[in-house]
Design a protein around this ligand. Structure first.
Ligand SMILES: [Zn+2]
Length: 269
């Protein structure tokens, strides 16, 4: 491993003793009480915080095309207000992004950003029918999310960017996955999930490498802006994780396992 991809010795990661996480839903900018949360962080003596920033929904006035601003954002910069308040309390700040879904306008302009089912159809979101599932291994993550991360790092200079649900949502048969897997292995994408199948094994290996590559792209770009910063890749999928856990852990000064459940659909995040 080259020094360029290794996690820097980040004092913020070892110094912070209690992390709080505030995940916003899309309409929170209109309803939530920001001072309640500042008080909560103070009362819980939290010295680090993870705040919703962008991806599916942007909570700041992003300039990146197709980066969907919360429809309740108005002319506010909710993320900026949160970061400023937490900084005033001396907290370390991670900003959370979630790239797993997008909307019709992005699909119309960039159909190749969308994950494709085995039957060749673009993949609708399982819980939010107005959204599309994105491909984790193609230009949506490698290019669009790189731009999002650079914008967030330039505007707010967080210690790190925590990526939720960044490693894909199952198998994808998009044009990029077909071409890139063929180039890497000489094979067509497998149509079986049987791990004894040589094509399936080659695919799992290729996907693991591709996910490490995208972490390296993001780290390189954000560290050009803030050398102490790191991508913190969510590691929450447990035993079924598609990640190379060793290579992933070498690239971040801390790891998290964010595994959520919700009983009632509100707004996706
Ligand atoms: Zn794909």
């Amino acid at each position: 491993m080259s020094a360029a991809v290794a996690a820097p010795a980040s004092a913020w990661a070892s110094k912070t003793m209690r992390w709080a996480q505030l995940s916003l839903v899309e309409d929170d900018p209109a309803h939530f009480d920001i001072n309640f949360w500042f008080d909560y962080f103070k009362r819980t003596r939290s010295d680090g915080v993870c705040l919703s920033g962008g991806g599916c929904v942007a909570f700041y006035p992003t300039q990146i095309p197709f980066h969907h601003r919360s429809a309740w954002l108005g002319d506010r910069d909710v993320l900026g207000e949160l970061v400023a308040g937490c900084r005033k309390m001396g907290m370390a700040v991670l900003i959370r992004t979630d790239p797993h879904g997008t909307y019709d306008d992005a699909k119309a302009a960039h159909p190749d950003w969308i994950a494709v089912e085995a039957n060749g159809q673009p993949r609708r979101h399982w819980a939010s029918p107005e959204m599309w599932v994105t491909c984790a291994l193609g230009p949506y993550n490698f290019e669009f999310m790189t731009d999002v991360h650079k914008e967030i790092m330039s505007r707010y200079r967080p210690e790190g960017i925590f990526m939720n649900r960044w490693d894909g949502s199952g198998d994808c048969y998009c044009v990029h996955c077909q071409e890139n897997f063929k180039t890497a292995s000489g094979l067509e994408l497998p149509r079986t999930t049987d791990p004894r199948d040589p094509g399936r094994r080659a695919f799992l290996e290729w996907r693991r490498k591709r996910l490490v590559e995208v972490i390296d792209v993001w780290n390189r770009e954000i560290r050009a802006i803030n050398p102490e910063s790191s991508i913190i890749p969510n590691n929450g999928s447990g035993a079924q994780s598609p990640l190379d856990a060793i290579e992933t852990s070498r690239r971040a000064p801390l790891l998290t396992a964010d595994r959520q459940a919700r009983h009632q659909r509100r707004f996706l995040l």
